[in-house]
Design a protein around this ligand. Structure first.
Ligand code: ATP
Ligand code: MG
Length: 567
């Protein structure tokens, strides 16, 4: 492609509103443009990267017999109502109405659509298993769209769904997907790790996220320093025994704690430690207010609270809710003398506290000498807190460390979460109607472009790996007004294209400095500069990954290029 005929609007300045390197460079090098918050256009170079990512994904999907389809983005509300997600998905679901006032959603995901598609078509176990995938735009009204393509409101996803007659068949496809995903991320050159994950709003049990390790990652991975254990921090289990003091439980004592609101303030004021305080939180579990307790130095994990309470949706209660329930400020709440019927869940660590400190449900007042199961009752103890660095790894090997990750893929076993409510059944070999057993497998295609962009760059621009580079070779005649330079450039461009290479020719009448800066910014793997020494047949070649430069003779270009790309 000739640069004069393409559309590559590079920028000299770093756009002020782009926070992370990948976003800045994708804008500066002319790969993408923002339309409005979280919504982007892919310009020619960006589209080519996207296309290559898609190609790798398609190849690996087909290799495990996952077959491509394309489903509608515009989805009738009735389907989402069948599974209840019309109500539970929340504000992330983009909703709209047609001219007849009928409600629709813009697809945030496609479980409902695909399940409704298959329930009318696949009636016998003989037609299972079946795995279908698509690459399509998804719409999610994210609370905080940010970091460019990393968290968009309209973004491209590869989503696959598998349908099975037996759990064993699902296990097999899940393992195949695990392998296919590993192949995809390896081929993209990404530094990734598969971690145990929570299934969020989707439901289901076994699931893994694929995380690209990166400082800008929004997820925290908890991994063992001495075993393959790795989990999203939301899911990382805490398995340990908390030593219980042999102190005798004393009589509860009321103490005034004016203006002491945080655990740290209260602990200091009462000359104790945060470990000896019982932190009390109120959550809204679906429509019920529940009380959750942890040790003062621990953080409560809402995903674990959701699991123990059995709620579909979990959220912190508002200060108004708390006041209505307990007649006091959040800083003074506690589990003693709660109104009847309020369910209390506590982290395992709380059970070991003897004579602890907690709020008295009265502004500016706390209790001392509070002992669980003596002074208040707990419906259930469980693992309800976030792991911290230094905790023992739950597999018994090593201690937990943290790393930041960008989630690029997510695979999970859904079981019959969708097929049951949607009455999507097949006849098994006994002639009995059974709900399909399902799996679902997502990859953030446009997010991958940003993740690769984040990893492959240096101070002057991108350093694309060949697998996803928009073109392989940049041919740069320095001065196109010079006949020899222009003609040599054209000749090399045509020859390499004829050999099947993807070549970008900088045929612009720009200053050398501008051309070199743009070439570095765009970052194609190989740059062939046709300059003053073209008359002698000498060309300067730069390998972008290492910034190493070498000289090649014009006549050896084809061989050398083939050798470089191992073609
Ligand atoms: P996140 O925790 O980042 O919001 P998610 O759990 O909502 O992700 P899934 O529903 O599992 O994501 O979607 C599958 C994949 O789609 C994710 O692994 C991610 O790579 C990608 N993805 C999800 N949300 C976005 C978004 N807003 N912008 C770009 N890609 C996204
Ligand atoms: Mg999300």
């Amino acid at each position: 492609m000739r640069q004069t005929l393409s559309f590559i609007p590079t920028l000299r300045e770093t756009p002020a509103d782009a926070e992370v390197k990948s976003h800045q460079l994708l804008l500066r090098a002319g790969f993408i443009r923002q339309n409005t918050s979280g919504i982007y256009s892919f310009l020619p170079l960006g589209k080519r990267v996207l296309h290559k990512v898609e190609k790798i994904i398609r190849e690996e999907m087909e290799a495990i017999n996952s077959v491509e389809v394309f489903m509608p983005a515009l989805q009738q509300a009735e389907l989402w109502q069948e599974t209840g997600r019309w109500y539970s998905y929340g504000d992330e679901l983009m909703r709209l109405k047609d001219r007849n006032d009928r409600e629709f959603a813009l697809g945030a995901t496609h479980e409902e659509i695909i399940t409704s598609l298959l329930r009318d078509e696949i009636k016998s176990y003989k037609k299972l298993p079946l795995t279908l995938y698509q690459i399509q735009s998804k719409f999610r009204d994210e609370k905080r769209p940010r970091f460019g393509l990393l968290r968009g409101r309209e973004f491209l996803m590869k989503d696959a769904y598998s349908f099975h007659a037996t759990p064993e068949s699902l296990d097999k496809t899940y393992d195949d997907m695990m392998q296919a995903y590993s192949n995809i991320f390896r081929r993209l050159g990404l530094n990734f790790r598969a971690v145990i994950a929570d299934s969020g709003a989707i439901g289901g049990k076994d699931n893994h996220e694929f995380m690209v390790l990166s400082e800008i990652g929004e997820d925290t991975i908890a991994y063992s320093d001495n075993s393959p254990y790795a989990a999203n921090i939301e899911m990382a289990a805490v398995q340990m025994d908390y030593p219980k003091s042999d102190e005798q439980a004393r009589q509860v004592e009321k103490v005034s704690t004016p203006d002491q609101k945080t655990i740290a303030q209260v602990a200091e004021f009462l000359e104790t430690t945060p470990e000896n305080c019982i932190k009390t939180l109120v959550f809204k579990a679906d429509d019920e207010l529940i009380v959750v307790l942890s040790r003062g130095d621990h953080e409560v994990n809402d995903v674990k609270v959701k699991h123990i309470s059995g709620a579909k949706l979990i959220d912190m209660a508002t200060p108004e809710d708390v006041r209505e329930l307990l007649s006091c400020d959040i800083g003074s709440i506690g589990p003693v003398n709660l109104p009847a019927g309020v369910r209390v869940f506590a982290d395992n660590a709380v059970k070991s506290i003897v004579n602890g400190v907690t709020g008295a449900n009265e502004d500016g007042v706390h209790f001392k000498n509070v002992t669980p199961d003596e002074d208040f009752t707990v419906e259930a103890y469980g693992d309800l807190r976030f792991v911290t660095e230094g905790d023992p790894s739950p597999d018994g090997n090593g201690t937990i460390q943290f790393a930041k990750g960008i989630e690029v893929g997510h695979i999970f076993k859904l079981g019959t979460t969708y097929s049951e409510p949607m009455k999507a059944t097949f006849l098994n070999d006994q002639g009995k109607a059974m709900p399909y057993i399902m799996g679902c497998y997502g990859i953030g295609v446009s997010r991958i472009v940003a993740a690769v962009a984040e990893q492959f760059q240096d101070d002057s621009g991108f350093t694309w790996p060949t697998a996803v580079a928009p073109y392989e070779i940049h041919v740069v005649p320095v001065n196109v007004k010079d006949d020899v330079q222009r003609e040599t450039g054209e000749e090399i461009y045509e020859q390499l294209k004829a050999q099947g290479f993807e070549v970008l020719l900088d045929d612009r009448k720009e200053r050398a400095g501008v051309k070199f800066a743009d070439a570095d910014l765009i970052g194609l793997p190989l740059r062939i500069t046709v300059g003053k020494r073209a008359a002698e047949g000498i060309l300067e070649v730069k390998i972008r990954e290492t910034n190493e430069t070498v000289e090649w003779h014009k006549d050896e270009v084809q061989d050398k290029v083939r050798e470089f790309f191992k073609k």
